[in-house]
Design a protein around this ligand. Structure first.
Ligand code: ATP
Length: 220
């Protein structure tokens, strides 16, 4: 049976919102893009299913767009925090099942959670962290903070570990880090067995405490 495609609406077509909208559309989903600025709207005419000019702090505009029929709404308004919060509140009240909202800082994020955003994202902070981790260690390919003391990282197998099995490498005892999966060419080994030997071009996907991950990043 074909997978049911979801209907997405993205509000605010800055760099973040436009990237989300284009990526969803390219993946084959229906995407309604909304922005108050007519120039932004014109730039987008060929990139998504529909694009409309509207001020989403106006409840009647949201109702006219039928926003409550969308499965997911992404609120990507940036600088105008009041418009961002008000839009999130209205979209929530209209009954959208899943709302993703972009926050500028922790306090703003808390407010969005209280209003009922299902997921709050901090694109600038998260990208800053990824770049910094990659600068500290070129082995680090990706870094996602799951909570203040728990992170998920993707690292190219450090040379010091190549040739050892996961049991021998014993990252859990040494660094408090679990190897949840390994990428080898096009294959994903999940979960890897303790006897799995780490090869030169493997990518390890790890979950663990931030301090242990920092220590592991120092391995060459
Ligand atoms: P990015 O960093 O993603 O480029 P930003 O944080 O600088 O974005 P803005 O450019 O302030 O964010 O906002 C993103 C978009 O949201 C803008 O194109 C703006 O026109 C739109 N926007 C702002 N207020 C509203 C509103 N009330 N209704 C709809 N769109 C809005």
């Amino acid at each position: 049976m074909a997978k049911k495609l979801k209907q997405f609406a993205v509000i605010g077509l800055g760099r973040f919102g436009s990237s989300v909208a284009r990526t969803l559309f390219e993946a084959g989903h229906e995407v309604l893009a909304i922005d108050a600025d007519v120039e932004q709207v014109q730039k987008f005419s060929d990139d998504v299913t529909h694009v409309v000019q509207a001020d989403t702090t106006d409840e009647n505009s949201l109702k006219a767009l039928g926003i409550r029929n969308f499965d997911v709404v992404v609120v990507a308004i940036g600088e105008d925090m009041q418009a961002n919060v008000l839009t999130t509140l209205l979209v929530k009240e209209l009954g959208v099942p899943f709302i993703v909202a972009k926050a500028r800082n922790e306090l703003h994020g808390k407010m969005l959670e209280k209003i009922g955003a299902d997921r709050v994202v901090y694109p600038e902070r998260d990208m800053g962290m990824r770049v910094a981790h990659n600068l500290v260690s070129t082995n680090v390919l990706d870094f996602i903070e799951l909570s203040p003391n728990l992170s998920l990282v993707e690292v190219a197998a450090p040379r010091a570990l190549v040739g050892r099995s996961l049991a021998e490498a014993n990252l859990r005892a040494q660094y408090g880090v679990n190897v949840v999966a390994m990428k080898r060419d096009d294959e994903i080994i999940v979960p890897p067995l303790p006897s799995e030997k780490i090869r030169d071009s493997d990518i390890l996907i790890l979950v663990g405490g931030t301090a242990g991950i920092h220590k592991l990043e120092e391995l060459e």
